[in-house]
Design a protein around this ligand. Structure first.
Ligand code: DON
Length: 568
């Protein structure tokens, strides 16, 4: 009885409850990722004495094999690391525009955006960053050798794995949409003799590439035969990447952006992701609001979040970009003063149409006084280890299977990340996101991202590790999971599984996933003037939280799509 009482007491104190029925529980570490093979790889490395960073590198390479739509060596991503000794870093291995990219490369002679040019084929490809990013993470924060952490991925590529239902489905879809991309269809679609669920999928070409990386590190990818084949395949489909671009690629160690929300410390990805700043600014806008009288997913709740999201995404469109090319007013955007100023015209009873929400201009920003210091396909995975180190990592080719260009003879796909740049000021990209000069294409620049690997801390210790895929919806997905935990006291698994909705300023509509908004709530919102648009399930959140009852870790794979968790 006493034990139960103290458990309940601890839970109430913690505010964040463990999952009622956690996906997985482990005393020594947990990995939550899209595929079982990736989870197995991560746990194998933890069991071999590796830390969370070693395991994350193993997971990432295993995803490149077992989740070819998004796991990659031909793309990029972000790794947010919180070490148990207090160090926190964000590793940016976002793709870069090739050296000869130009601002107008996706426009026709009359200055119009050419549909599809930034998403399919060679020109869509940014210089890949994953291999260099993983190497940097391992060198600085890992404890095992590259030889060791790459072993599981190479084994999976060589021996093959049974194709799960959803992967067979994706390959079928790829077969229909990748006409002309012969190498891609040869490898993933058996030239049209499609794989069935349960078939064994071996990738000897990819295994060869991984072995070259295992042996030679960055040199094995960014120069030599892999680099030459990459340039050749990219060129074949009209691309501009040169050997020099590959040699020049550099991952960057950045300082995570931080904020606090109702006593919890938030650590997230800085630019060139828009995710961390937009997330923290939205949490700041929500903080003065009282949730005790707001019903979860009531019209009032949805209206509040939609208004907050519109304001943050409006500012995203002009103020966020690659910080090495554009001066971001980061301190202001992260301040409570900005959130207060931004929400000054908020009225809980009415809609503010997106057309009357303007991105803040220089004059608006000058009015904000920061007082003192205030503290369809990407994949996210989370890892924690027995020492309390945590990795929150999101990685992507941008669209499912990226540009559709597979490097001939080497078995890996290239990203189509160039579409994350603003092809033309004010024109939406494939996620409907509007960009402007700040995110215009420039040689060597990193395109703005929405990926939001995040860690929530309490009293300096890791409490929750989370993130998501989903393009522009990533930031509002992470926001809702944090709010579900903090404002509605949901257990982690429920907070992850709960239906979600999304507003990104333009287009001016609330998009919502299956069963996220009831008919009568929809009616109330429509009466206020909101446009609603139902869409399929999105945003596979793969989260972990500290279990305050037993002291270990709870992993919550998102049940809405397909993901896995494994504990140690
Ligand atoms: O970096 C970004 O924001 C996008 N390239 C992410 C793409 C994505 O999440 C697609 N997935 N569903």
């Amino acid at each position: 009885m006493k034990f139960i009482q103290s458990v309940i007491f601890v839970m109430v104190l913690a505010n964040i409850l463990p999952a009622a029925q956690p996906g997985v529980y482990g005393n020594n570490g947990v990995v939550v990722a899209h595929t079982q093979q990736a989870c197995d790889a991560g746990i194998e490395i933890l069991q071999a004495g590796g830390n969370a960073v070693d395991a994350a590198v193993a997971v990432s390479y295993a995803l490149a094999v077992s989740h070819p739509q998004a796991g990659n060596i031909g793309g990029g991503g972000f790794m947010l690391i919180q070490m148990a000794d207090g160090q926190s870093v964000a590793i940016d291995f976002r793709e870069m525009a090739p050296g000869n990219a130009t601002r107008d490369m996706f426009l026709d002679d009359s200055g119009k955006v050419v549909p599809g040019k930034s998403v399919k084929g060679g020109l869509a490809v940014g210089v890949p960053g994953t291999v260099a990013g993983l190497q940097l993470a391992l060198d600085k924060y890992g404890s095992l050798s590259r030889q060791k952490v790459m072993k599981p991925a190479i084994r999976i590529a060589q021996r093959g794995f049974e194709i799960p239902y959803h992967l067979a489905y994706s390959f079928g879809w790829l077969n229909q949409s990748a006409a002309g991309f012969d190498e891609t269809r040869r490898i993933f679609c058996r030239n049209g003799e499609l794989y069935m669920p349960g078939d064994l999928f071996k990738q000897p070409d990819l295994a060869k590439t991984l072995k070259l990386i295992q042996k030679h590190g960055n040199v094995g990818f960014y120069s030599g035969e892999v680099a030459e084949a990459l340039v050749k395949s990219n060129l074949k489909y009209g691309g501009k990447i040169s050997l020099k671009d590959l040699e020049n690629y550099k991952p960057v160690i950045r300082k995570p952006v931080t904020g606090n929300y109702r006593g919890f410390e938030i650590l997230s990805m800085p630019p060139p992701s828009s995710g961390g700043i937009a997330l923290i600014s939205m949490l700041n806008m929500l903080e003065p609001m009282r949730f005790d009288s707001i019903g979860w997913h009531s019209a009032q709740h949805i209206q509040l979040l939609a208004e907050v999201e519109k304001r943050a995404y409006a500012d995203r469109s002009v103020w966020l970009a690659d910080p090495d090319y554009f001066d971001i007013p980061q301190e202001k955007l992260l301040s409570k003063a900005y959130a207060y100023y931004r929400m000054a015209d908020y009225d809980s009873l009415t809609i503010t149409p997106s057309d009357s929400i303007y991105p803040l201009n220089d004059k608006d920003l000058a009015k904000i006084q920061v007082l003192g210091h205030e503290s369809e396909e990407t994949t996210h995975f989370s890892v924690v280890d027995r020492w309390g180190n945590a990795v929150s990592m999101t990685t992507t080719l941008n669209w499912s299977f990226g540009s559709y260009v597979t490097v001939e003879g080497f078995g890996f796909l290239l990203n189509n990340e160039m579409d994350d740049f603003s092809s033309k000021p004010g024109e939406p990209n494939s996620f409907g996101l509007i960009g402007n000069d700040a995110n215009a294409i420039e040689p060597g620049k990193r395109m703005l991202s929405s990926m939001t690997p995040t860690i929530v801390m309490k009293d300096g210790k890791v409490l929750v590790v989370l993130g998501a895929p989903g393009g522009s919806t990533i930031i509002t997905t992470v926001l809702q999971v944090i709010s579900n935990l903090v404002d509605f006291g949901m257990p982690l698994q429920d907070a992850v599984n709960a239906p979600r909705f999304h507003h990104q300023w333009q287009p001016d509509m609330i998009q919502f996933g299956p069963r996220a908004i009831s008919k009568d709530t929809a009616n109330l919102l429509q009466q206020m003037g909101y446009q609603l648009s139902e869409r399929s399930a999105y945003g596979e959140v793969n989260a972990i939280s500290r279990d305050r009852v037993f002291g270990g870790w709870v992993g919550a794979p998102d049940y809405r799509i397909t993901s896995h968790g494994k504990a140690y």
